[in-house]
Design a protein around this ligand. Structure first.
Ligand code: HEM
Length: 247
């Protein structure tokens, strides 16, 4: 039997996606498992509170960036498959499975934000609401964090299938708040940082590029293939001559 890599890829993504999905769900949980192990074995360093705040805060941003990455990744993959004349993956629909990862990464971003918030409210402030109120007044970057958390909360609640069906077009609008959200998260991080760390610069550049991509699409500088009904179409369809770039 002839069995090549393309065949294997097709098989895994189309027929075994549920296993690929579980793999990503597990991989995204690994940082939490490591943190729990470090917590249990008291290996959180000399300042466990700072360490937990740092790691959970970074994970929120990393998962947000991964969430933003999925849509361009889907379009670029099908474009490359067409360009290099590969047998499989030329149609956008071949990459639909990748979109499901967007929801997983988004929910993990929310999950780590809950941990980040819990570390602050519980470990740092000992659930003393008066202190928390005073701290927010003293360090306004925390307020930016709270606003970001609320946006993530709304997005997480509305990501259930029942609500997606009920909200229809409104759902899309609600979930577009990921763009201001990613900027707010960076403001929170820039504001609290005393020095300019390399991670801060890296996250900012990646977020900038991913948002720039959306702006280029919205302003039609980068064109997405659409059919007469306005639906995105596969790269196998003929592209109108006036369409410049392909992602
Ligand atoms: C949901 C979006 C949020 C993101 C992406 C985020 C991200 C971060 C990041 C990256 C750090 C820096 C860690 C470091 O390198 O030291 C941080 C620190 C911190 N965050 Fe957040 N955060 C969010 C929400 C919140 C919320 C809701 C609160 C509190 C209510 C909060 C309170 C803090 C505090 C107190 C610090 C430590 C500041 C210090 O070093 O003294 N954050 N956050």
């Amino acid at each position: 039997m002839q069995f090549n890599l393309v065949h294997l890829f097709k098989l895994v993504t189309r027929d075994y996606f549920k296993y690929v999905k579980y793999l990503f769900i597990f991989l995204s949980l690994v940082p939490f498992l490591i943190l729990s192990w470090q917590f249990y074995t008291e290996q959180l360093g000399i300042n466990p509170l700072a360490y937990l705040t740092k790691v959970t805060g970074h994970l929120v941003i990393i998962f947000l960036i991964l969430t933003l990455l999925i849509t361009p990744l889907k379009r670029i993959s099908s474009y490359l498959m067409t360009k290099y004349q590969l047998k499989y993956g030329k149609r956008l629909a071949d990459w639909n499975w990748i979109i499901k990862l967007r929801r997983i990464f988004g929910l993990y971003s929310f999950y780590y934000a809950c941990l980040h918030l819990a570390v602050y409210v519980w470990f740092d402030q000992g659930l003393e609401w008066e202190y928390i109120y005073e701290d927010i007044l003293e360090r306004p970057f925390i307020m930016v964090g709270v606003i970001s958390f609320l946006i993530l909360l709304i997005m997480a609640i509305t990501s259930f299938k029942v609500l997606i069906k009920k909200l229809k077009k409104k759902w899309r609008k609600i979930h577009m708040s990921i763009y201001p959200l990613s900027i707010l998260c960076l403001i929170h991080y820039w504001w609290l940082s005393k020095t300019i760390e390399s991670e801060l610069i890296l996250y900012s550049i990646l977020t900038f590029l991913l948002l720039l991509y959306r702006i280029l699409v919205w302003t039609h500088i980068v064109r997405i293939r659409k059919d007469d009904t306005g639906m995105e179409v596969s790269t196998r369809h003929k592209v109108p001559l006036n369409h410049k770039v392909i992602f």
